[in-house]
Write a protein that binds this ligand. Structure first.
Ligand SMILES: Nc1ncnc2c1ncn2[C@@H]1O[C@H](COP(=O)(O)OP(=O)(O)OP(=O)(O)O)[C@@H](O)[C@H]1O
Ligand SMILES: [Mg+2]
Length: 257
């Protein structure tokens, strides 16, 4: 479970996150909406521990442990995985090298990995430098493939649907659902509520046609302004914008108090 409380973050002495409170329980996947520059990627990068983001206040608890002092690799080892909005190109490192490092086997010697590479059509990227010259949709697929073989307990996706055509979107959706599927006993796999948890930042929300998310939040100017049902909130944002959606959710909350 991820629990973020009163998180304030500075970049170059300017406050970008202004007191984020966000709880994502086990088995839940949440959506993060918000206009350009509202702080979604900064929040995600801060959860991962990227060094340019300075936490001035607050806590990030993962399964009860405050992770803010941990390095990126320690967070990954705890089970937090990410597919970035704009992952870097890594010249001189082939995708094959990185995958073999992640799974500690030679891809050609392992029947499971051979099957996965073929099933998700990754063969053609294996000898390429990581993300080098890949199209927008291909980058997403290659990133998700790494998450698929490492199966993080908490999956963070930053704009998984940007730059992806409708046909590939369906495949990306299937990959994400597979990453979220928990490897448990046979009885539990029949229960759709048993799955890994995660956070998905998206503008267009088209990916939500393929992935069920339990709750959505709107981030604006470094704060979470409202939370509610992802489908209803997306309809309100599409019809009349973020401010309208925030007002509707606030009115709903006042009525229920
Ligand atoms: N490394 C950085 N140096 C300076 N400013 C930064 C840096 N990273 C982010 N910012 C600023 O922080 C603010 C929030 O950016 P962020 O990338 O989180 O927005 P976002 O909500 O993800 O937007 P988008 O929907 O366009 O992806 C922006 O004003 C951005 O310019
Ligand atoms: Mg972003």
């Amino acid at each position: 479970m991820m629990q973020i409380s009163n998180l304030h973050v500075n970049i170059e002495n300017k406050e970008v996150l202004k007191g984020i409170n966000l709880t994502i329980p086990d088995n839940e996947v949440h959506t993060l909406f918000g206009p350009n520059g509202s702080g979604k990627s900064v929040l995600i990068s801060t959860i991962m521990g990227y060094p340019e983001y300075e936490i001035t206040q607050g806590k990030i608890l993962f399964n009860g442990q405050n992770i803010i002092e941990l390095s990126i690799d320690e967070r990954v080892k705890l089970g937090i995985g990410i597919s970035e909005q704009r992952p870097p190109v890594v010249k001189g490192v082939k995708l094959r090298n990185l995958l073999e490092l992640l799974v500690s086997v030679k891809l050609n010697d392992d029947s499971f990995m051979k099957e996965m590479v073929s099933k998700y059509d990754i063969e053609k990227f294996l000898e390429r430098n990581i993300n080098d010259g890949l199209s927008g949709g291909e980058v997403k697929k290659s990133e998700l493939f790494m998450a698929l073989i490492t199966r993080p307990e908490f999956l963070i996706l930053d704009e998984p649907d940007s730059g992806v055509d409708p046909e590939h979107l369906k495949k990306i959706g299937a990959m994400i659902n597979e990453i979220l599927r928990k490897e448990t006993d046979k009885l539990d796999t029949c229960n759709p509520l048993v799955r890994n948890s995660g956070l998905i930042a998206t503008h267009s929300a088209v990916i939500l046609d393929y992935i069920h998310t339990d709750k959505a939040h709107i981030m604006m100017d470094g704060k979470i302004r409202c939370s509610g049902n992802p489908g209803i909130m997306m309809e309100q944002i599409r019809a009349k914008g973020y401010d309208y959606c925030i007002r509707c959710q606030q009115i709903k909350q006042e009525i229920s108090l």
